[in-house]
Design a protein around this ligand. Structure first.
Ligand code: MF3
Ligand code: CO
Length: 255
């Protein structure tokens, strides 16, 4: 667990990397509009990360397992929950929602961030789903301080989301982050306060609620990556990398 705690130099690198990541993801979000392909968004993310001195952390992730992630950005449209693969032939349309998930390496440390944005004008339900998911991340962040348990965070997310009539995905979780893309411990978006691993001050974690408008079940497509809702309901995703502090947390990927 203490391996989660970063040195001052590591934290400084993650601050700088997180700033780059948030800048680039903001630029990608600003490029979202009807008729743009997810492949174009991926190309923009990759070019801008490299221009700012960072490198993609998702590209080729999972190589050891034989199915490397083939892009810099994850673009998850409508019923896609996470890990949607960008393509020049996948063109966004008015009314879609798209999750944009990006990670980078900077000075050998990595940060991770996601947002979900509308494409043009979207339905009332889609707007509510995005808002609730963003608020769920805020609720999680409010729990975080040195000594918090992951169950405190999970319960805050789950109870808020379910009270709004939506569900949290259980098969995928947040995670420690920094020296590798995914570190211990998993940070579920459900659970019971007072249970689970303790997060010490100095730990760096990625909190990432994934919220479905329908049921919580998800499936992975043939490509081995794209996670979709089992009932074809809409899904949204927000993520920040944060440093746990004595009194709260510092968002390292603030836009
Ligand atoms: N934020 C996502 C996660 O933590 C992105 C990972 S994409 C991958 O799972 F390709 F790197 F797996
Ligand atoms: Co993540």
């Amino acid at each position: 667990m203490n391996s989660l705690v970063k040195t001052a130099a590591e934290i400084e690198a993650m601050r700088a990397g997180g700033r780059i990541l948030a800048t680039v993801l903001g630029e990608v979000a600003a490029a979202v509009r009807p008729k743009v392909s997810t492949g174009e968004l991926n190309a923009l993310a990759e070019r801008r990360l490299r221009e700012l001195g960072a490198t993609p952390s998702f590209l080729d992730y999972g190589k050891e397992e034989g199915n490397p992630y083939p892009a810099t950005l994850c673009t998850s449209v409508n019923t896609e929950v996470v890990h949607g693969i960008p393509s020049q032939t996948k063109v966004l349309q008015e009314g879609d929602i798209v999750g944009l998930d990006l990670g980078c390496w900077y000075k050998e440390l990595c940060t991770d961030m996601a947002i979900t944005v509308p494409v043009g004008t979207i339905s009332v339900e889609a707007k509510k789903l995005i808002k609730v998911t963003r608020q769920a991340l805020d609720m999680a962040l409010r729990q975080v301080r040195g000594g918090v348990r992951v169950g405190d965070v999970g319960q805050a997310v789950q109870s808020f989301v379910e009270a709004q009539g939506f569900t949290v995905v259980r098969k995928l979780t947040g995670h420690g982050v920094g020296r590798t893309v995914h570190e211990e411990p998993p940070i579920p978006n459900f659970g019971h306060a007072g249970t689970g691993p303790v997060l010490p001050a100095g730990a760096t974690i990625a909190i990432e609620p994934m919220v479905n408008a329908g049921g919580d079940e998800v499936e992975t497509l043939e490509d081995g990556w794209t996670v979709v809702t089992a009932d074809n309901s809409l899904s949204a995703h927000f993520e920040h990398t944060v440093l746990v502090t004595e009194n709260g947390c510092e968002i390292l990927t603030r836009m």
